[in-house]
Every structure is written in C-alpha cells, then in structure tokens.
Design a protein around this ligand. Structure first.
Ligand SMILES: [Zn+2]
Length: 241
C-alpha cells in the first residue's frame, strides 16, 4: 500500500485528502473520519485524475460527512512537545519530555495528578508520538484487565480473552467466542466512562445482541452508562492522539 497527501476543490472549498493505493483494491472507495480525514482508496494502477470525478459524483454525501467530522483539512494530527496537554484517565496532564541518559534505552513515564513526564531518547523528543502511543497502550493493558475482572464478577460471566489494541470505529467489542477487545485510547477517558464501556462489553457475554434483555442488564449493573456514552460522543475529538 502507498499513501500520499493531496488536495483538490469541492464546492468551492479546499479539500485535503489521503490517496491510498492498494494492490487488493478493485474499485475506488471513500471513507471519512475525524482521525484520518478523507481517505480515497483506488486500485494500484489508477490515475489520480479519476479522483475529482469520483468526489463530485458523491459530493452531497461527502460534504455532509466532511462537515460532520470536521475533516476538510485532512487528518487530525496532534503535535506533542513539552507543555502540551494529554488527557489521561479523564484528567488533562501537562506533558514534559525529557531526554534519557544516552546509556539508557527505551522510555519511561512518571504520571502525577497534573503532569506526565516522558523520558525518551534525545532523538525521539522531536517526534514523540510513538512514545505517547506506547505509553497509552501500556496504561490500557494495565488498567483494563482489572476493570474487566470487576465487571465479570458483577455480571457472572468471564471473557475467554481480553485484547487491547487500536480500533477506529468502536471503543469495545465482544466476539461470539467471548473475546473482549478494547481501543487503547479509551484510557484517556475518565475511569467512570471506561467502566461503562467495559460493563457494556461484559454484559454482551450474557446477551450477544442489543435486545431489551441486554439493556435491562446494563441498566441494572451500570445505570450511569447513558451519561458516559454522551460524554464519549461529546469528547471523541479529545481522545485522538
Ligand atoms: Zn454493544
């Protein structure tokens, strides 16, 4: 797969998008999200000149999606430096990036009430995103299994496996075989919100659908889940790294 950033005009506005070529892509496709902006997927040998026609063909749908996700300017990419803020467990922490001693390897983190100090190799400080991501993934792997355990006891069902990874469309999911998967960026949300997502997925271990029985169980064990869902919808942009 190759990818290039490109731009064009749509309805008189500048539109930035990513053009993705994939050997397995047969037909062109469009996808819009806040995190990735507009992604135009085309077959490996397609010419870029086909893109404007494609965009105009789908213009009504596209304009609505681009407005909805605020995605005209392309992918939403955060810059991290000393002084930036990062949400960790629902609290904004002031970031401090410090160079490790050249003899040390890897990275380490110190989290306090209002600060997150990340020690990393000096050369990583210029583009620290991978360390920020690894830190959040590690924190999610520490925090989430304990919360799954808590809710598994309340609901009386155990998952067969818990996976913490990247998901772009959902915060969590439950497979028919009882595997629970969560997006690591969930650890940026407040503990109560994280719990409501975990409770939701654990309840699926009893009812693998969104039936009335399912919502009845979730309402009973985690009555705050609706409020938490509203928080997530409202703060989706804050949970992008
Ligand atoms: Zn569900």
């Amino acid at each position: 797969m190759t990818e290039q950033l490109s731009r064009t005009f749509l309805r008189g506005r500048v539109l930035r998008y990513r053009l993705r070529r994939n050997r397995r892509t047969r037909r062109p496709g469009l996808e819009v999200s806040r995190r990735e902006g507009l992604v135009v997927s085309v077959p490996w040998r397609a010419r870029e000149e086909i893109v404007p026609g494609l965009l105009h063909q789908w213009a009504d749908w596209l304009v609505a999606k681009l407005d909805e996700h605020d995605a005209w300017d392309g992918p939403c990419v955060r810059e991290y430096a000393t002084g930036s803020e990062l949400l960790v467990l629902g609290r904004p922490r002031r970031l401090r990036l410090k160079a490790l001693d050249p003899r040390e390897r890897g990275w380490r983190a110190e989290l306090s009430d209002d600060r997150l100090v990340l020690h990393m190799p000096a050369e990583a400080i210029l583009s620290p995103r991978p360390v920020v991501e690894q830190y959040l993934r590690g924190l999610a792997r520490e925090h989430l299994p304990g919360r799954v355990e808590h809710w598994a006891q309340r609901v009386g069902r155990r998952p067969s496996r818990v996976i913490v990874g990247e998901r772009t469309t959902r915060w969590g999911s439950c497979s028919p075989s009882g595997t629970l998967s969560f997006c690591y960026r969930l650890v940026m949300a407040p503990p109560e919100v994280i719990d409501s997502i975990v409770a939701h997925e654990v309840c699926h271990l009893r009812y693998l659908d969104h039936s009335r029985r399912f919502w009845g169980l979730l309402d009973e064990v985690c009555p705050q889940h609706r409020r938490c869902r509203d928080w997530l919808n409202e703060h989706e942009d804050d949970l992008i790294i």
